[in-house]
Design a protein around this ligand. Structure first.
Ligand code: IMP
Ligand code: MG
Length: 171
């Protein structure tokens, strides 16, 4: 497995899009305190950049979800949610790296709903609608991409390539 020579999405393109998304989010949550529920580890870089661009009152919480072995999706998703008081009654925006089959997003939403947030939405850096096995449309999407496996800027293949500043396809 090797990564593509040229990036699919460059760091500069990511930053431009992240700043536009942050503006849209700040406008939508105007006057509210927003809790970003960051899905570890993939959304770390995206959430860090996004949070620093949002001109609003932002709180951070972390969610852990695991569903992948290598580059194959398994339908079983294990979710570890933040403690009750960081979600209950709050305006929560889930921050994901990528939505593929949609089962991880669905499982996280299902688990967080149990903690009764005031509102719950999801923002993903990347969306691969062609990979969908469950019906799901993210509230905010950075880039819609083709059904290819991508790495970099937080996204990994078996734990590797997360630290790369650009996003590449795996060949
Ligand atoms: P889903 O449950 O199939 O939607 O997959 C969501 C999770 O699978 C993401 O949060 C990623 O961790 C992982 N994933 C899906 N596609 C990719 C990819 O192209 N590169 C890296 N990770 C991926
Ligand atoms: Mg992930």
């Amino acid at each position: 497995m090797k990564i593509s020579k040229a990036p699919l999405i460059t760091a500069a393109e990511i930053q431009t899009r992240v700043s536009a998304l942050a503006g849209q989010i700040a406008a939508d949550y105007c006057g509210k305190q927003l809790t970003l529920a960051i899905v570890l580890n993939g959304a770390l870089f995206f959430a860090a950049d996004l949070a620093r661009h949002i001109q609003a009152d932002v709180l951070l919480a972390c969610v852990s979800a695991s569903s992948y072995v290598g580059n194959r999706s398994s339908s079983k998703v294990r979710v570890i949610t933040p403690d009750h008081h960081s979600i209950n009654g709050r305006d929560v925006l889930i921050i994901e790296d990528i939505v593929d089959t949609g089962s991880t997003a669905q499982a996280i939403i299902e688990q967080l709903r149990i903690q009764e947030p005031a509102s719950l939405a999801l923002c993903t850096l990347l969306d691969k609608p062609a990979g969908r096995t469950v019906k799901y449309l993210p509230d905010y999407t950075g880039f819609t991409i083709e059904n290819r496996f991508v790495v970099g800027y937080g996204l990994d293949y078996d734990g590797m390539y997360r630290h790369l500043p650009h996003i590449y396809t795996l060949e």
